[in-house]
Design a protein around this ligand. Structure first.
Ligand SMILES: N[C@@H](CCC(=O)N[C@@H](CS)C(=O)NCC(=O)O)C(=O)O
Length: 286
């Protein structure tokens, strides 16, 4: 469970750590980043809550930590930000590097059941169990009882599904441009077919629009989607399907903000990152 520090970078008064560890669930060395806000160093007795940010297709832990601007709000609020990678790397599985929307950089936060991907493409178990256990053991100042989750695109799908599949595990959830109904979009169908097999009924276990139908109570969920997002226009994101399913199931508290002109890029995350940190803070410090 030991963690190797590759870099320590000053950021907004705190420290961004670039880290790695040998992971059992994914059968390889996994890189991840961790932002420790200034409060970690000001008061050694402080217990610091954690916001997990799940990235989208093609990303590593670096994209958001370098240009998502989450550290700005997190430093003010005293929240650590954990940035996992998006897939195992270097497993040498045939075909895993053939396309940018499947395999390497595209783990989709599921536990694969299909060969050969079930040998390591277990990003659901990695993000829900192994990575947090590793991080909380290595950084005892972090508060394992106060964790929220957010993410972008494939990572927005991850944030929504991990939250909905684990009631009580996370204090809050939010998302940027989430793939909201993967069983009905080309990205999701390709990924789920490859990782979970051709029996589409099984895909529903990782589909936010299906999962929200079973949710009990309010959600208090913030979603931002840019109307200039090409992937939204192409029908990869389908946030309206999620909204309709929540409405029909009587699940209140789903706030989807359609941001005029904003695209799928990190300019959008940087613009609204503070709002998502504030959203998490409302529940992490309740
Ligand atoms: N490679 C794809 C784009 C993939 C993409 O936009 N990925 C998003 C997440 S779904 C991202 O955040 N990319 C990394 C970045 O913008 O830094 C393409 O050619 O269309």
């Amino acid at each position: 469970m030991s963690v190797t520090t590759k870099a320590t970078i000053a950021s907004f008064g705190g420290k961004l750590l670039k880290l790695s560890h040998q992971a059992t669930t994914t059968r390889c060395e996994m890189a991840f980043n961790l932002y420790l806000p200034p409060q970690t160093f000001q008061d050694p007795a402080a217990k610091i809550p954690v916001l997990i940010y799940l990235s989208g297709l093609t990303c590593t832990a670096d994209n958001c930590s370098e240009k998502g601007f989450f550290q700005h709000g997190a430093s003010k609020r005293g929240i650590a930000v954990l940035y996992p990678d998006t897939s195992p790397r270097g497993l040498d599985i045939q075909g895993e590097n053939d396309s940018w929307d499947f395999g390497t950089g595209a783990g989709f936060y599921v536990d694969a059941t299909e060969s050969p991907y079930k040998e390591g493409y277990n990003m659901y178990s990695y993000v829900t169990e192994e990575l947090p256990q590793t991080v909380f053991a290595a950084f005892p100042q972090l508060d394992a009882t106060r964790v929220s989750i957010t993410g972008h695109s494939m990572g927005g799908h991850g944030a929504l599904t991990l939250f909905l599949k684990n009631p009580g595990k996370y204090k809050s959830v939010s998302a940027f441009a989430p793939i909201s109904n993967p069983i009905n979009c080309p990205w999701g169908q390709k990924a789920f077919n490859g990782y979970l097999g051709s029996e589409s009924e099984k895909w529903k276990a990782y589909d936010a629009t299906e999962l929200v139908k079973k949710w009990k109570g309010d959600l208090n969920l913030l979603i931002d989607v840019g109307t200039g997002d090409n992937f939204y226009k192409q029908g990869q994101l389908l946030p309206e399907n999620f909204e309709a399913a929540a409405r029909e199931a009587g699940v209140a508290g789903v706030q989807v903000r359609y941001q005029p002109d904003y695209d799928h890029s990190y300019f959008t995350m940087a613009t609204f990152a503070d709002d998502h940190v504030d959203h998490a803070a409302r529940y992490l410090f309740a």
